[in-house]
Design a protein around this ligand. Sequence first.
Ligand SMILES: Nc1ncnc2c1ncn2[C@@H]1O[C@H](COP(=O)(O)OP(=O)(O)OP(=O)(O)O)[C@@H](O)[C@H]1O
Ligand SMILES: [Mg+2]
Length: 253
Amino acid sequence: MAGKVPTTGHITLQGISKSYDGLEVLRNLNLEVNQGEFVTFIGPSGSGKSTIFNILSGLEPASEGSVQVEGFGLERVFAYMPQRDALLPWRKILDNVILGQELQGVSKKKARAEALGQLAFFGLEGFEKNYPFELSGGMRQRAALLRTVLTHRPVLLLDEPFGALDAITRGQLQVWLGEVRKRLNRTILFITHDVEEALLLSDRVYVLSPRPAQIVLELPVALDRTGPGEIVTSPRFVELKARLLAALKSEGA
Ligand SMILES: Nc1ncnc2c1ncn2[C@@H]1O[C@H](COP(=O)(O)OP(=O)(O)OP(=O)(O)O)[C@@H](O)[C@H]1O
Ligand SMILES: [Mg+2]
């Protein structure tokens, strides 16, 4: 991928707690993410998943605990794709996807040139002059992801990027995100409510309890995604899915 992206080391969250005016949202979260890993958070609505990303990205302070990234200052590590499609309706697609770079002080000309080189891979070629309302839901999500990728941060925070899409579009984007990942070589933290999506994409899954969120299961996935046949019907996939569903159910999720 064009543009140099630094690699970052191990990420450690130690004793992270968060409360809003007496509402306890996160309780003593301890977790780690390795360089280049794809780690998914799954848990009930309102459990605090987005809050974790808000803390990592610096939008919200933690009430207690610390976030550490080996060899890196926190302010340049995370690129955040928030839960709601945050494309600006008055900006054309090309100018939407360069927003992150513009905010970092990169010239529009340089940012646009790099973005144009990525449009085809993101399925947006020919749409650079269109406005967000002229795109399909899947295209808008790809544009939002391209904008996140173009910030050149080493860790992507993707909060339910496919949540609002129909099942077929979602399935296509899941396959595509697998390709993006191979090409990008970045660490990805991902939030979803979809157990199969979590297993299709992740190296590891954390299941969270209802609020205040605590980790109820850490599940290494280690699926062979290159083999022949439908992965979702393989015995290993079915077993992992059952474990995830059981963990979610045991917590009343
Ligand atoms: N800025 C805020 N001020 C007050 N309360 C907040 C704030 N942000 C989040 N909360 C509360 O924290 C809790 C967790 O919210 P969060 O958005 O992290 O949940 P979530 O797990 O991402 O849910 P969903 O799956 O529905 O997106 C909720 O009860 C929410 O009302
Ligand atoms: Mg959320």
